[in-house]
Design a protein around this ligand. Sequence first.
Ligand SMILES: NC(=O)c1ccc[n+]([C@@H]2O[C@H](COP(=O)([O-])OP(=O)(O)OC[C@H]3O[C@@H](n4cnc5c(N)ncnc54)[C@H](OP(=O)(O)O)[C@@H]3O)[C@@H](O)[C@H]2O)c1
Length: 348
Amino acid sequence: MNEVAILTSPNSPLTLRKLPIPRPSAYELLIKVSLIGINAIEAKIAKRGTPPPPSYPFIPGSSYTGTIEAVGTHVTEYQIGDRVLISKRFGTQGNEYGAYQRYVLVTAEEKMVVRLPERMNKDEEAALVALIMNASCVAGLFSGRLGLRKPGDEVQEGEEREKILIYGGSSSFGRLAVQYLRCAGYDVITTSSPQHMGTVRELSGSGSHVVDHTLPPDQIIVELRVRGPYDVVVDMISTRQTIPLASRILASQGGGRLFATQPAFSLGHLSEGVARVFEPWSDSLYEEGNEGLMEWVVGTYLPFGMEKGWMSAQEIEMVKGLESVDGILGRMVEGYGGGKRFVVELGR
Ligand SMILES: NC(=O)c1ccc[n+]([C@@H]2O[C@H](COP(=O)([O-])OP(=O)(O)OC[C@H]3O[C@@H](n4cnc5c(N)ncnc54)[C@H](OP(=O)(O)O)[C@@H]3O)[C@@H](O)[C@H]2O)c1
């Protein structure tokens, strides 16, 4: 039998159920899940109902590693026993594709199926599954959508050094972003609490500056403005507190696009001349023209980015079993766990 963690109605806790193991169709793979990476959006769906799931009952989860247990009759490029790391494409419909279960289906042509290097141990696998969603979004936003260089690309002679503001550099998305941009040769100005300042400084490199985001808002704005103007401004946090602040910095340099990680909550928080831009940032990787970038993300950045120094593991709290997930989601929406990622271990 399959074991699943399911949301049966709004505000209900995740419930454990036994269901039949799904069968892969001709073009699908059946994965026996080993590790599940928990993402911020899953806590919001489960504990706040925003964004709401497509329908109830709903099996959340996007990021997982596992072993291919069965392959559809038309699948040629994968074999039973292969070890894979998967990030479900944003918007994929169907509970059989949600990660919070022992057996998950994925279409073999799903682009974000990463083959795990054979030598990878459990800790390295956990570090990756914890970051795959945010890391693919970093590549999608900066290189897929904005056309910026990626780590390893050469800076052409005469190419100007662009300056990028990452508001919220101590979030997971933010840390990955500052390191990606630094390795691609950009100047990064970012923010952190005093607690994570050292780590964020190290990730963003010597040409960077990190401002304490616990200072009063007016002081943060002054500190960030003097280091501008910025070619790109991203608010990694995108809440009612941060959007007006990032928006004021953009307005002070004449306005422009404010790249956000959450959809708009209401009008009226943006300064004049500022447009908020939001989308699931990995989407661009699936678009025509970005095939090579997607290949690099799946074949190089994700499996080998840590050893190349392009991404760094975050502190991880490992928990055992699907029964632990509901408590983790509760802690995440209450703000606990800053600077930490949660990974659920189901065993092989
Ligand atoms: N659109 C997309 O494609 C996409 C993709 C992935 C994630 N997201 C969204 O992006 C957001 C960040 O995700 P994540 O996984 O990076 O979250 P996370 O790591 O859990 O972020 C928590 C950290 O954010 C920092 N933070 C919290 N409030 C802040 C504030 N007011 N100002 C500055 N920093 C603050 C804190 O750093 P300190 O501990 O230093 O205070 C905290 O540790 C989430 O809303 C997530 O849903 C969007």
